[in-house]
Design a protein around this ligand. Structure first.
Ligand SMILES: Nc1ncnc2c1ncn2[C@@H]1O[C@H](COP(=O)(O)OP(=O)(O)OP(=O)(O)O)[C@@H](O)[C@H]1O
Ligand SMILES: [Mg+2]
Length: 360
């Protein structure tokens, strides 16, 4: 078990700055998820923690040991990659024990660790099989088992589930969460899948272009996004964005061509100024569909398309040329082409400065 402290990390690859002045603290026993779009530097950051690439500047401390320049094998890290990277000619058991044999761990200790990891990952029956005789999910479990057998202080995962089909992915996701509960070891997990991030993380660090945009619990990051990038990246369908202006005359109003909302009760991080250009962010589940004549309606829209999702449906609306998504329980379907009133649940609102895109 260990914490990880990264300070002012700089990484350059091929002459280009990939990570710049990055600070990150991962607590002992935490499940930290690095979430961000393709190319934002998630794997680069993870590989640098594992010691697989050299850093340009900054420091990295695991527990109280400075590992900035330590050899990968001396960092106490177990890593699981996106591709299973199992040795094809070895059995699962040999794959799991190989690194330990190289490291000179005693025979009975190896057997003990392999058995324990196999038991946790339901691999006991599969230990004598070769990778080619396993399904994709079983192979990835074997790769996780191999990392686990190392008894690392920190486990690093780089998109370990992205090669699996949707059903296996959610099964293995649950197993990983249970595994973390059972062993309690610090884990850093890279993904660009927001469902994985929301379900697994104790905290999510959202990255964009080599910088951490926000770090917080899944609920904090979802409900209180620090900027429009984070707001738009989490949630499916994405948060609705509406451009408008603030009117501050005693009370506070958001005004645009489509709607006028009293925001006097909103908890602002920064008080907006009169006339300030802003963007109102409304989660699809915070849009309330009302009859067109309902006095609670703050705007009106026409139903364009309905996407049934099983337990709920996404209703796509057109409000004076602006496309909006609303989340609706199944059972109360409006008709396509229907004119509706729109109400807004004040709890699901975010407000951003239009220019800086930072939360107000
Ligand atoms: N060896 C390299 N030389 C130069 N640039 C590189 C090298 N490896 C990666 N990069 C660049 O660094 C950036 C970050 O890459 P990285 O693999 O860390 O992204 P990622 O967030 O893991 O993306 P993905 O979700 O697609 O795996 C990318 O723009 C990539 O093109
Ligand atoms: Mg990657």
């Amino acid at each position: 078990m260990a914490n990880v402290r990264i300070r002012e990390l700089d990484i350059r690859l091929g002459g280009i700055g990939i990570i710049e002045k990055l600070d990150l603290e991962v607590e002992d026993g935490e499940f930290l998820v690095l979430l961000g779009p393709s190319g934002c530097g998630k794997s680069t950051l993870l590989h640098s923690i594992a010691g697989l690439i050299d850093v340009e500047g900054g420091s990295m401390v695991i527990d109280d040991t400075d590992v900035t320049w330590a050899d990968p094998k001396d960092r106490g890290i177990g890593m699981v990659f996106q591709s299973y990277a199992l040795y094809p000619t070895m059995t699962v058991e040999q794959n799991m024990s190989f690194g330990l044999r190289i490291a000179g761990v005693a025979r009975d200790e190896i057997a003990r660790r392999v058995q324990r990891a196999a038991k946790m990952l339901h691999l006991t029956e599969l230990l004598q099989r070769k990778p080619a005789q396993l399904s994709g999910g079983q192979r990835q479990r074997a790769a996780i088992g191999r990392a686990l057998a190392r008894d690392a202080r920190v486990y690093l995962f780089d998109e370990p589930l992205s090669n699996l089909d949707a059903k296996l992915r959610s099964e293995l996701r649950r197993e990983l969460k249970q595994l973390h509960k059972d062993i309690g070891t610090t884990m850093i997990y890279v993904t660009h899948d927001q469902v994985e991030a929301m379900t697994l993380a104790s905290r999510i660090a959202v990255m964009k272009q080599g910088r951490i945009q926000q770090i917080g619990s899944p609920q904090e990051v979802y409900a209180h996004p620090a900027n429009m990038f984070v707001a738009g990246f989490l949630g499916s369908p994405s948060m609705n964005f509406l451009e408008g202006r603030m009117a501050v005359n005693g009370d506070l109003h958001f005004t645009s061509a489509q709607l006028n909302i009293d925001l006097s009760g909103h908890a602002f991080d920064t008080q907006p100024a009169h006339g300030q250009n802003v963007v109102l962010g409304v989660r699809p589940e915070a849009l309330v569909l009302l009859p067109a004549s309902d006095p609670r309606a703050v705007a009106h829209a026409t139903v364009v398309l309905i996407e049934p999702m099983g337990a709920h449906q996404t209703v796509w609306l057109d409000a004076g040329g602006i496309s909006l998504a609303a989340h609706l329980e199944t059972g109360t379907a409006p008709a396509e082409g229907q004119r509706l009133g729109i109400g807004v649940d004040a709890c699901g609102l975010s407000l951003f400065d239009q220019e800086s895109q930072v939360r107000l």
